[in-house]
Design a protein around this ligand. Structure first.
Ligand code: GLU
Length: 510
């Protein structure tokens, strides 16, 4: 079903690198918009100027570019509902805050930070927690306790003030969440949140609601950590007399072990990234690695994130972005947190890697070969890649699995020598050299035939000969089918390796 009235947004605060939980939130919004023929918007929520981190907005945009999540409107793409950065919309918010004061849903509060701190400390001394709520506000310095005249005087004199929401007393707020269903909260448990700060900026709550309204957001899909803010947001919509969007609060991403939210510390501790791209902290210079830098394919990254909290209702696990768009629905997003499993994450990358054609993988591997001082034809590298790619999760792991194709053994694994270099080995390998030299068309098949015939004629033990041969070619007892190795290395080089091995190992053993 296509519905062009559907408008969703991802609204990050640029306070640092984007956590993968944020990428997943954006992904679900994107899929929801695509599935329903709606629009997806990127809005930057930077009203808390004290928490801004330089480079964070660019990082967010670069991350989405890398993983293929596209916005229809937003800071980088423009659109009819801009500006899309809240600091550029600064002039819009004061009138809305004033409107709430006029309608009795908000009030001016003149308490200074020092005064509030003192009250807080007094409460703590009595083992109580101070909350600026319906009870407390009656005893504090605000436009509800002061006369109109006193209030106006303070406002005119330029006295700093904030505007707070006047939380109704003992009222049940009934909310609907697309994932959790009906949620109810009594307002007595809530405080009078600041909507507008003394620095002339709105807080997150006010700016978020005003912008969602002005940008005609139809569905707010965001992380579970925002669920506690929902009653206030619902009450704000009601106070403005605006139609509410639908809400969906996504389950948290959890640590691989134990409970709790997945954090950067878990990543550092267990050796996996929690950010899409590498991030250099502008203050400390510390570098945190990213999924891209760890060798994840963007498609695999999207696929694994999609499965953290959503499932298609059947056994399928591999989805391209198009397939996700087709299959996605909010109804199939779970309520409970999704554990991030680094082993499963690598498995996803493996699934993508084995589907990438050998030539493309060889192209990605080429710089690693060059770094290792090996010059190799791309065609040769492609063949080698095809033989070993099933064994790895990341391109960076390929080299260790196939370097022996392109360089002679530098030494011979001691254990392997002990295991397979027997009394007759030296002579057998010396004979094998001639057998190989007699093969005309040096394919895997022809070579195998010739070698097997020679073994048979001489009644040698196949296993023993093969192991010794592998040892001389590879340097240890690893690698794919022996004759595939022989064919790729070629006649001349295979013979050379035998000669080198005879020289090196022969001398050790005899
Ligand atoms: N700026 C909020 C954040 O950083 C947005 C929350 C929301 O989507 O309402 O996550």
């Amino acid at each position: 079903m296509s519905n062009s009235n559907i408008r969703v947004r991802f609204a990050p605060s640029p306070t640092g690198p984007l956590h993968i939980g944020g990428v997943r939130t954006a992904l679900y919004n994107y899929l929801f918009a695509r599935k329903n023929g709606g629009k997806f918007i990127l809005r930057i929520e930077d009203t808390d100027q004290t928490r801004l981190v330089s480079g964070a907005e660019k990082y967010i945009i670069d991350s989405f570019k890398w993983c293929g999540i596209e916005f229809d409107e937003g800071v980088a793409s423009g659109g009819d509902y801009g500006p899309y950065r809240q600091s550029d919309r600064k002039h819009i918010y004061p009138a809305y805050a004033e409107e709430l004061v006029k309608s009795g849903h908000a009030y001016y509060a003149f308490d200074t930070p020092d005064e509030l701190n003192k009250i807080r400390t007094d409460y703590e001394l009595q083992k109580l927690t101070f909350v600026y709520n319906a009870v407390a506000r009656k005893k504090l310095r605000n436009s509800l306790t002061l006369t109109e005249e006193e209030t106006n005087k303070l406002l005119e004199s330029g006295e700093p003030y904030v505007i707070r929401f006047c939380m109704p007393e003992n009222k049940i707020v009934v909310m609907n969440d697309m994932i959790r269903g009906k949620v109810e909260v009594n307002t007595s448990a809530l405080d009078d949140k600041v909507l507008f700060k003394s620095d002339g900026m709105p807080t997150y709550h006010l700016a978020n609601i005003v912008d969602d309204h002005l940008m005609e957001i139809s569905h707010v899909i965001r992380g579970e950590e925002w669920l506690p803010s929902l009653p206030l947001h619902v009450l704000l919509y009601e106070a403005f007399n605006w139609e509410k969007p639908e809400f969906a609060h996504l389950p948290l991403l959890l640590k691989p072990d134990g409970n709790g939210k997945l954090s950067k510390r878990d990543g550092d501790r267990l050796g996996f990234p929690v950010f899409p791209l590498e991030w250099k902290d502008p203050k400390t210079g510390n570098i945190s690695t990213g999924f891209r830098e760890e060798g994840y394919f963007a498609d695999a990254f999207i696929n694994l994130l999609a499965m953290l909290g959503w499932n298609p209702g059947d056994e399928r696990e591999l989805f391209s972005m198009e397939e996700l768009t087709e299959a996605f629905s909010i109804e199939r997003v779970g309520k409970s947190g999704a554990k991030f499993d680094p082993v499963k994450a690598a498995w996803f990358n493996h699934q993508y890697l084995i589907r990438v054609d050998n030539e493309t993988l060889a192209g990605l591997l080429m710089p690693i070969a060059i770094k290792n001082g090996v010059l190799v034809e791309k065609e040769q590298l492609s063949i080698a890649v095809g033989m070993v790619k099933e064994r790895v999760n990341f391109v960076s792991e390929l080299w260790d699995h196939l370097d022996f194709f392109f360089k002679q053994p530098e030494n011979y694994d001691h254990k392997s020598v002990k295991k397979c270099w027997k009394e007759g080995s030296y002579n057998q390998m010396a004979e094998l050299k001639d057998v190989l030299l007699e093969v005309d068309d040096f394919t895997a098949e022809n070579t195998e035939k010739a070698v097997k015939k020679w073994i048979e004629n001489n009644e040698y033990k196949t296993g023993a000969v093969m192991n010794a041969f592998r040892l001389l070619l590879v340097g240890e007892l690893k690698g794919p089918h022996l004759f595939d190795i022989v064919a790729l290395i070629g006649q001349e080089a295979s013979v050379e390796r035998i000669e080198q091995g005879l020289h090196e190992i022969g001398r050790i053993e005899n």
